[in-house]
Write a protein that binds this ligand. Structure first.
Ligand SMILES: NC(=O)c1ccc[n+]([C@@H]2O[C@H](COP(=O)([O-])OP(=O)(O)OC[C@H]3O[C@@H](n4cnc5c(N)ncnc54)[C@H](OP(=O)(O)O)[C@@H]3O)[C@@H](O)[C@H]2O)c1
Length: 232
């Protein structure tokens, strides 16, 4: 896809990987709707990136909010790209993790991705050109460890969802890619309470890889990739 002047939606754009993806897309001339819950962070990013970044205060678990935003925003235009990036992590033994935290990961990482995708796919089906949805999974959606039942279940589900959807909509000229990164240097480690290290991937390195995937010729689909730091 030629990226200049295209329209993208990036969820979880207020920090970390989502912010880096928004920045990389804007560098390519894309108009970016950046969704997250933190209005102050989104506004600070708009001051940094300029008016090609359009902040949208949205909780991806709010089905009605998403549906009405999509309806009012895309009356006369169509999104070319959707990056389902919003996600949360938490790690604890199954009998120690509060139920709200366990179900919160499923609500955000899986249902939020489904709500956005289900709202956008009908618009992409009407698009005269190809469109592309990138779902951010995790290495924890391909292999796992103890104390990760919720996060891993949600990210394995992101992988299954992505593969089923790719098989469903490829004939509609819609590409689906699942990106499964290892550890990335973001606030994920602050919020999830696990320890990072000083050899993690940089958000820009993952964002630049996503730009490469988006720029592939129309008949080329990278359906999933895994990225790891070489020496974690
Ligand atoms: N960091 C890693 O090592 C790593 C590795 C593999 C995969 N990932 C995945 O990468 C994605 C981005 O995470 P990150 O590392 O960049 O962490 P991050 O810096 O904590 O960013 C998470 C983003 O998601 C947003 N978000 C969380 N809940 C939301 C909700 N209910 N509605 C809307 N937005 C919400 C946050 O914004 P608000 O709080 O403002 O809403 C924030 O912008 C996640 O899907 C994560 O699972 C991360």
């Amino acid at each position: 896809m030629e990226l200049k002047s295209k329209i993208a939606i990036v969820t979880g754009a207020s920090s970390g990987l989502g912010e880096a993806i928004a920045q990389a897309l804007i560098h390519e001339g894309v108009i970016v709707y950046g969704l997250a819950r933190s209005a102050d962070k989104l506004q600070a990013i708009q001051r940094k990136l300029g008016h090609q970044f359009i902040p949208v205060v949205m909780d991806v678990t709010d089905l009605e909010g998403i549906q009405s935003w999509i309806k009012s925003t895309f009356e006369d235009s169509r999104p070319d790209i959707l990056i389902n990036n919003a996600g949360i992590g938490g790690f604890a033994k199954i009998d120690a993790m509060p139920i709200e935290q366990w179900t919160g990961m499923i609500d955000t990482n899986l249902k939020g991705m489904y709500y956005m995708t289900a709202g956008i796919i009908p618009l992409m089906k009407q698009h005269p050109n190809s469109s592309h949805i990138v779902n951010i999974g995790s290495i924890m959606g391909t292999t796992t460890k103890g104390e990760a039942t919720a996060y891993s279940a949600s990210k394995f589900a992101v992988n299954g969802f992505s593969e089923a959807l790719f098989k469903e909509v490829r004939s509609d000229n819609i590409k689906i890619t699942c990106v499964n990164p290892g550890s990335i240097e973001t606030d994920f480690f602050v919020h999830s309470g696990i320890e990072g290290n000083n050899k993690m991937l940089k958000p820009k390195e993952v964002a630049d890889t996503i730009i490469f995937i988006l720029k592939t010729p129309d008949n080329v689909l990278i359906d999933s990739i895994m990225m790891r730091p070489l020496r974690p």
